[in-house]
Design a protein around this ligand. Structure first.
Ligand SMILES: [Zn+2]
Length: 351
């Protein structure tokens, strides 16, 4: 479209060039240059008004058409549905590109957990995943914690305001032992077939603790349960020692000391000789040569009975310990809070 009036022709060129760069095309209709032409029209003498007015209106019409066409073109681009099912017919090059995998890495805890579980698989254990919300019965009742037992307060549990069918608050598990009753109940048919119950249970646990280099509110535990005929504390110690020697790749000594848990009898605190200094004493073991690692014991007869297993016929052991502790010792990590911190400079050391 051509314009006789030079000012209108120049303004047309200017505005058409600007239109190409606009995200919202209709904005061109509000440009000061176009408005100036209409202002000018009002003040023209009558003999010049007609032609000038016709060309200004022509320009407005042209810009309106161009703006609408440009906007339609923008809006007609197909929206990308990121939830669309994967189309196998689309060639690799035309598929949406995800972030390259080399910019991410597996969290060191998950890598180590795989190593830990692999050792237990080879020892004949099966793995059962824990859960992140549970009830009072599995946290306490099924584990021989009587109502109002003071040991219930030792765990600094997080509880929900919502109540279960027994009127008890739900619990963010403070230990993976919440799974013991389920594992015993689910696998007790093994015993009738002459096979043991042998399970390890990794899971996230939560405690309302004051945080420092050794205490986190959220961490991972590995629970172990083994039940069969004639199982004794010697089997417990041998199992843990075999696992630890495999994990650290060296000969280690272990030591147990009497302890108290409601769900095991007898109960032990389990320590291993420091893998760093071979009992000579170093900063990792606080110069003692030993590292207290986990709690364990022979499963209390009441816990077996609660799961419908006859404690006169079968016995078993259980343990539970923090996975972070194991990993911290393996790599000399000084602060447990690194694991949940999301600090890339920490995580990249393991990728
Ligand atoms: Zn040491």
């Amino acid at each position: 479209m051509s314009y006789q009036n030079t000012r209108i022709a120049e303004t047309a060129e200017l505005l058409k060039a600007r239109l190409a760069g606009l995200d919202n095309k209709p904005d061109i209709m509000r440009s000061v240059e176009l408005k100036a032409l209409f202002d000018e029209l009002k003040h023209l003498p009558a003999d010049k008004k007609a032609q000038f007015g016709q060309e200004v209106n022509q320009l407005r019409q042209e810009l309106t058409t161009l703006a609408k066409a440009g906007q339609d073109e923008q809006e007609s681009l197909p929206p990308i549905d990121i939830t669309a099912p994967f189309d196998v017919n689309v060639s690799q090059a035309d598929r949406p590109q995800l972030l390259p995998s080399e910019t991410g890495s597996k969290h060191p805890l998950m890598t180590e957990l795989e190593t830990v579980l692999d050792i237990f698989y080879r020892m004949g254990f099966t793995a059962v995943e824990s859960r992140e919300i549970d009830d009072d019965f599995h946290m306490f009742g099924s584990l021989n914690f009587p109502e109002d037992h003071p040991a219930r307060d030792d765990y600094d549990t997080f509880m929900t305001t919502q109540k279960d069918k027994n009127g008890k608050p739900y619990i963010a598990p403070a230990h993976t032992s919440t799974m013991q009753h389920r594992v015993l109940t689910k696998h007790k048919a093994n015993l009738d077939k002459g096979r043991p119950i042998a399970a390890v249970i990794p899971g996230r646990v939560f405690r309302n603790e004051d945080l420092d280099a050794r205490h986190e509110h959220t961490f991972y535990q590995l629970e172990g349960v083994f039940v069969g005929k004639g199982i004794n504390a010697g089997n417990l110690i041998a199992t843990l020692k075999t696992f630890l020697q495999e994990y650290y790749g060296k000969e280690l000594d272990v030591m147990t000391q009497p302890f108290y848990f409601p769900f095991t009898e007898p109960s032990f605190e389990f320590a291993l000789s420091c893998p760093f200094c071979d009992k000579k004493g170093c900063h990792i073991c606080s110069q003692t040569g030993w590292i207290e690692l986990l709690g364990c014991g022979m499963i209390h007869p009441n816990v077996l009975k609660e799961a419908g297993i006859d404690p006169e016929v079968y016995t078993g052991f259980a343990w539970g310990g923090g996975i972070e502790r194991l990993v911290m010792m393996k790599y000399g990590i000084e602060d447990i809070r690194h694991f949940e911190s999301g600090k890339l400079d920490f995580l990249r050391q393991f990728s």
